[in-house]
Design a protein around this ligand. Structure first.
Ligand code: C2E
Ligand code: CA
Ligand code: CA
Length: 543
């Protein structure tokens, strides 16, 4: 796959991940809020239905008791009887008027007085016990109301007229435009709706036990609206239910507002994440792409930093440091691109390039003086496969450079990740060709002495930070001596790095350190300068 295509794919994938990462938590919150909203709304509806049921059954019970108390009335409609009926309709708030219907189904007496001549109200046939009818047209008054009826032993009935406001006043829940509260009889006739109109039900979608003997329903109505309903049977009035219904718009109103808000936050977070991640990726990917292209176009250079034998002052070789000179002439320090090259695997072709380049640049020098060494930096990844063995033998195999002139530098990081001993194996195989191994940046990691001891090493490079403590009173001052002692105990030769002053060089010599490199001797430099440096210094020392 081409780099450009891979880059586009990575950016696309990261964008998708960023969007998901931004939206997923919000989506989940919206889902949770939805669940909570529905559960709360159901609880609320249940409560309303129950309150209506309790209130209404109390009212109906009072009316029933009142009618029972009047069971002894006869058909004469005496003034005492009229007063008794009147008193009852006054005492019981739900009752507007009381009437007596004789066994011939004629209204003969009311709380207003005798009915003369008796009238025949339009009522369904008498039934035993208490029942509630309506809402219906109340004859002469041209009003709608409910009628409570109680049959007596001789087939006659006592009737109570109930003003609709009594029921309406009992429960005034706000159930939204499409919601309603209603008393429902088992025969499906509704007795009164408190709120809204009651459309016909078209289809029950689900039905379940709502707790407390109530029923929870989901139903589609003929007005096209889906509703959630609760039905609670009235205590003491079997077959009569308090039913409340609400449409989704009422139930989900608050949730919709919140979902919109959360959605906006999620979209904002996603956008921010996309912006950040894609921005970072593009920078990184473009650096990676540039690295790849630069390697192909040979835009790298090697700087050689001389290594000096402290005792004699001889230059014994150099460390090869890679340097990236970009087309505009800008130099990029290895610290900036080596980690990226390591992450992307580009370090392998880069090292191959370096080895070929140094073969071309200083092969002759190394051939002319077999005592000279060149140190090559390897990354932890180089110790995970045999590739470095193959590339070094194919590059140096027929060159004038002998394997014994090459020192491979491995950092402490490379040692730390070696669970299966692969690094050790590769180090041993390099050594079996008479190349040497140096532990770079020693002391900057956390490996213990015994751990370091288990690796086949030839040199220990003392990091600049310890050299810097020479002549300075710091907490770490004693560490330098400890490291030198440690290297001696392990039988390793020592190379001090970052030596910047004569004083440091003298101290290191006095402590028996073998080699040193640093600005005090020379900065890293191009091959031609290095070749001249070797000749000048060694000629001067020898004379
Ligand atoms: P390192 O291997 O520890 O290299 C020594 C670094 O210290 C070099 O930095 C060198 O220029 C700098 N240095 C040398 N003497 C002095 C001194 O007296 N004072 C100061 N302040 N600095 C000094 P550079 O060239 O920037 O390299 C940085 C790191 O990049 C190297 O650290 C090495 O870990 C890595 N590196 C460089 N070239 C390669 C390479 O070809 N392959 C791999 N894998 N890593 C490399
Ligand atoms: Ca090094
Ligand atoms: Ca180093």
């Amino acid at each position: 796959m081409s780099f450009a295509l891979r880059r586009r794919l990575i950016v696309l994938l990261a964008t998708v991940i960023a969007i998901v990462a931004g939206l997923a938590p919000v989506g989940y919150a919206i889902y949770l809020a939805y669940k909570t909203t529905v559960v709360n709304a159901e609880k609320n509806l249940h409560l309303i239905a129950q309150e209506i049921a309790t209130d209404t059954s109390r009212l109906l019970n009072d009316i029933n008791q009142g009618l029972i108390a009047l069971s002894d009335l006869d058909y004469k409609c005496s003034p005492e009887d009229v007063i008794a009926m009147n008193t009852m309709s006054y005492d019981i708030p739900g009752i507007s008027e009381i009437g007596l219907i004789n066994p011939d189904r004629k209204l003969v007496c009311t709380s207003w007085g005798p009915v003369n001549p008796p009238v025949q109200p339009e009522l369904p046939p008498a039934q035993p016990g208490f029942r509630l009818l309506g809402p219906m047209d109340i004859g002469i008054m041209k009003r709608y109301g409910l009628i409570a009826l109680r049959q007596r032993e001789d087939g006659s009935e006592i009737a109570a007229l109930i003003h609709p406001s009594v029921l309406i006043g009992h429960m005034g829940a706000d159930l939204g435009e499409h919601g309603f509260a209603v008393l429902l009889r088992r025969d499906d006739t509704h007795l009164y709706a408190w709120e809204g109109n009651v459309p016909e039900m078209q289809m029950v979608e689900s039905e379940s036990e709502g707790g407390d003997g109530s029923t929870l329903l989901r139903a589609l109505f003929k007005d096209g609206v889906e509703r959630t309903l609760f039905a609670v049977e009235l205590d003491g009035f079997p077959g009569t239910y308090s039913v409340v219904a609400a449409a989704d718009e009422w139930i989900l109103h608050d949730w919709q507002r919140m979902a919109l808000m959360l959605g906006a936050i999620g979209a904002g977070t996603s956008a921010l994440l996309v912006f950040l991640i894609v921005g970072i990726l593009q920078r990184r990917l473009s650096l990676q792409g540039e690295l790849e292209r630069s390697l192909q176009k040979d835009e790298f250079e090697i700087n050689y930093q001389p290594v000096i034998e402290l005792k004699s002052g001889h230059c014994v070789g150099a460390e090869a440091l890679i340097c990236w000179r970009q087309p505009g002439g800008k130099r990029v320090r290895p610290d900036l691109f080596i980690p990226l090259a390591e992450d992307t695997g580009l370090i392998e072709p880069m090292t191959v390039w370096l080895m070929k380049k140094l073969r071309a640049e200083i092969g002759d020098l190394l051939q002319s003086d077999r005592s000279l060494h060149i140190a090559i930096n390897l990354s932890p990844g180089h110790f995970e496969s045999d590739k470095i063995l193959q590339s070094s033998s194919s590059i140096f195999g027929n060159s004038g450079i002998l394997p014994k002139q090459i020192i491979y530098e491995i950092t402490e990081r490379g040692l730390i990740d070696d669970p299966d001993g692969k690094a050790k194996d590769i180090m041993r195989r390099l050594q079996s060709r008479h190349s040497e191994i140096a532990l770079d940046d020693f002391g900057t990691g956390y490996s213990s002495l015994s751990y370091v001891e288990s690796f086949p090493l030839d040199y220990l490079k003392i990091d600049k930070r310890f050299v810097d403590t020479i002549g300075v009173n710091t907490l770490n001052a004693g560490l330098l001596d400890t490291i030198i002692d440690m290297a001696n105990r392990l039988g390793l030769r020592t190379i001090a790095e970052g030596v910047e002053t004569a004083r440091q060089a003298e101290y290191l010599l006095s402590r028996g350190v073998d080699f040193a490199q640093g600005w005090h001797f020379s900065r890293p430099m191009p091959a031609t300068d290095f070749i001249e440096f070797v000749h000048t210094v060694n000629r001067r020392v020898d004379s």
